[in-house]
Design a protein around this ligand. Structure first.
Ligand SMILES: [Fe+2]
Ligand SMILES: [Fe+2]
Length: 496
C-alpha cells in the first residue's frame, strides 16, 4: 500500500541529528548559521509553507521545461528577433546580459541555506531552491545563446560576470551584499523575502505579460516557468521572519528588510524600469513601471510586511515613493548618453507619442526629464551628435554602483550625500544608500566604483582603456539602436 505524503513527510525531513564526530558548533558555525543565537528547537518549528516531495518536484520541473523548450523549438526565434522592434531587441539584450549570472549566483545562496540553515524544513525548501536556480541559469543561458548568431550582445549572457563592466559591478555589489556575504538566515531573509517576494514578480510576471503582448511567446513562457519557482522558494523568508520576531529579534529582522529592499529596488528600477517604460514598444506596453510597482510592491508586499508585524522601511514615504516616479527616468537618460559603456543598443523611447504617454503616466515628466531630451533632440537634429555623448565619466554611487542622479529641469533637487572616512570621500546617490554604508562601513569601505578605479590609476589613462578594462571590444559597445532616426519626428515641429 502506498503511504500518503502527509503520513511520512514530517518524519522524513527530521534531519537534525546529534553529531558525534564533531561539535555541533563546528558543524553549524554561529557566524554562518545563526548569529542571532536562537535555540535550535525554535528553528525546528520552521514548517514549509509549500510542501513538495522530491519525486513530485522533479516531475513538475520536467513538465515546465518541456513546455518552455517545446514552445521555443516550435517557433523560429531567430526570425522573430530579426524583425522585432529595436526597443524589444534592446530589452532582450539587456535582460540576457544582466540576469543569468545573478540566477547562477543564487544557486550558491540557496546552497548555503541548505547547508547551514538550522531548521530541517528550511534546508529542505532551500534544496529545491538550489535546483530551481540551476534551472533558471540554464534555461536563460540557453534562450539567450540562441540569438548569438544574429547579435554579439548575447555573448554577455555568459561573459558578463567575468567582466568589470559598470552595470555588472553594480549588480555584483548588490547581490554579493544581499545573497552571498551574510549568514544563512540573514541572506535568506534578504534574498527570499525582500528580493524574491518583493520584486521578482515585477521582473517575471510583468515582463512576461509585456513579452506576450510583443508576440515573444517563448520568452514569455520561459519567464513564467522561472516565476512559478520563485513563488515557491521565496516562501522561505516568511517563516524565518516569524521565528526571529517570536524570539525577540524584531529590530534585527526589520533592519535586514530595510537594507535589502532598497538595494534590490535600485537594481530593479534601473534595469526593469527602463525596460518597461522606454524599451517596450509603446503599443505593447501593459502598464508603466509605477503601476506595476504600485500593484506588486506597494500593495502586495506591504500587506506581507504588515501581516508579519513588520513596518514599511523607514524611508518609504520620503525616499521610496518619490523614487518610483523619478529614478529610472534619470537612469535611462544616463544609460542612453553613456550607451557605449553598455553591451546593449538602447532606444531613446521618447518620440512624440512616447512623450505623451510618459507625461500621462508621470505628470511633470515634460518639464523635468523632457527638458533634457529636448536638448538631446536638438543636438541630433542640428547634426551635433558628439553632444549626445558625455566626454567625462559620471559620478557613481558608492553603494548602488549607479550614476548619481536627480530630477532635472524645474524640479532640480540634487543633493550631495557623502561620508569621509580615513582620507577617502564616499559619494552616495541618496540618503538611504549613505545610511546603509554607515551601518557597517567595514563591509563596504574597500569597494571601489568604476570611477574610483579610474581616478586611483587601477584603470590606465587613454581613450580606450576604460572599455578595455570593462572587457568591451569596439563592436560590443552600445550605440543608438535607431541611429538617431527617432529624432526626425520632431524636425518640423517645435520640441514639446
Ligand atoms: Fe531564480
Ligand atoms: Fe529565486
Amino acid at each position: 500500500m502506498m503511504l500518503n505524503n502527509s503520513d511520512w513527510y514530517d518524519l522524513a525531513r527530521e534531519t537534525n541529528w546529534t553529531p558525534t564526530y564533531v561539535e555541533e558548533a563546528d558543524l553549524f558555525p554561529r557566524e554562518i548559521s545563526d548569529p542571532y543565537d536562537i535555540p535550535v528547537t525554535e528553528w525546528e518549528k520552521f514548517d514549509e509553507p509549500y510542501k513538495v516531495t522530491y519525486r513530485d518536484y522533479v516531475r513538475t520541473q520536467r513538465e515546465k521545461d518541456v513546455g518552455a523548450y517545446s514552445i521555443k523549438s516550435a517557433l523560429d526565434r531567430v526570425s522573430f528577433y530579426k524583425s522585432a522592434d529595436p526597443g524589444w531587441k534592446a530589452l532582450l539584450q539587456l535582460h540576457f546580459g544582466a540576469i543569468p549570472f545573478v540566477e547562477y549566483g543564487s544557486v550558491s545562496a540557496f546552497a548555503r541555506m541548505t547547508r547551514f540553515g538550522r531548521g530541517p524544513g528550511m534546508r529542505n525548501m532551500a534544496s529545491f531552491g538550489t535546483l530551481d536556480e540551476i534551472r533558471h541559469t540554464q534555461i536563460q543561458m540557453f534562450f539567450g545563446y540562441e540569438f548569438l548568431s544574429v547579435d554579439r550582445a548575447f555573448d554577455w549572457a555568459h561573459k558578463a560576470p567575468n567582466t568589470d563592466n559598470w552595470v555588472v559591478i553594480s549588480e555584483r555589489h548588490t547581490f554579493d551584499d544581499v545573497e552571498h556575504t551574510r549568514d544563512a538566515v540573514s541572506a535568506a531573509i534578504m534574498t527570499n523575502f525582500s528580493f524574491e517576494q518583493g520584486f521578482t514578480n515585477l521582473q517575471f510576471i510583468a515582463l512576461s505579460a509585456d513579452a506576450k503582448r510583443n508576440g515573444d511567446h517563448s520568452f514569455s513562457a520561459m519567464l513564467q516557468t522561472v516565476q512559478s519557482d520563485e513563488a515557491r522558494h521565496a516562501q522561505i523568508g516568511e517563516p524565518l521572519l516569524e521565528i526571529m520576531i517570536e524570539n525577540g529579534k524584531l529590530a534585527e529582522a526589520q533592519r535586514l528588510v530595510d537594507i535589502s529592499f532598497w538595494r534590490v529596488w535600485k537594481q530593479f528600477s534601473a534595469l526593469s524600469g527602463v525596460g518597461m517604460d522606454y524599451y517596450t514598444p509603446l503599443a505593447k506596453r501593459e502598464h508603466s513601471l509605477k503601476e506595476f510597482v504600485e500593484e506588486f510592491v506597494c500593495q502586495q508586499f506591504s500587506r506581507n510586511l504588515k501581516a508579519l508585524g513588520l513596518d514599511k522601511p523607514w524611508y518609504w514615504d520620503e525616499h521610496f515613493l518619490p523614487d518610483i516616479e523619478t529614478y529610472h527616468h534619470a537612469q535611462h537618460l544616463g544609460m542612453y548618453l553613456y550607451r557605449k559603456t553598455g553591451w546593449w543598443n538602447p532606444v531613446a523611447g521618447v518620440g512624440p507619442a512616447e512623450r505623451e504617454w510618459l507625461e500621462k503616466k508621470y505628470p511633470g515628466w515634460n518639464e523635468t526629464f523632457g527638458e533634457v531630451w529636448d536638448v538631446i533632440t536638438e543636438s541630433i537634429l542640428s547634426g551635433q551628435l558628439d553632444k549626445t555623448e558625455p566626454s567625462v565619466l559620471p559620478m557613481i554611487c558608492n553603494m548602488s554602483g549607479l550614476e548619481l542622479s536627480g530630477v532635472p529641469g524645474k524640479k532640480w533637487n540634487v543633493k550631495s550625500h557623502f561620508v569621509d572616512l580615513d582620507g577617502r570621500r564616499y559619494h552616495f546617490g541618496s540618503a538611504v544608500d549613505k545610511w546603509i554604508f554607515e551601518l557597517e562601513p567595514s563591509r563596504y569601505r574597500s569597494h571601489k566604483s568604476l570611477v574610483d578605479r579610474f581616478v586611483s590609476g587601477v584603470i590606465p589613462q587613454g581613450d580606450d582603456a576604460v572599455y578595455e578594462y570593462m572587457g568591451m571590444a569596439p563592436e560590443e559597445r552600445g550605440r543608438c539602436a535607431e541611429d538617431f532616426a527617432w529624432a526626425e519626428a520632431f524636425r518640423n515641429r517645435k520640441v514639446a
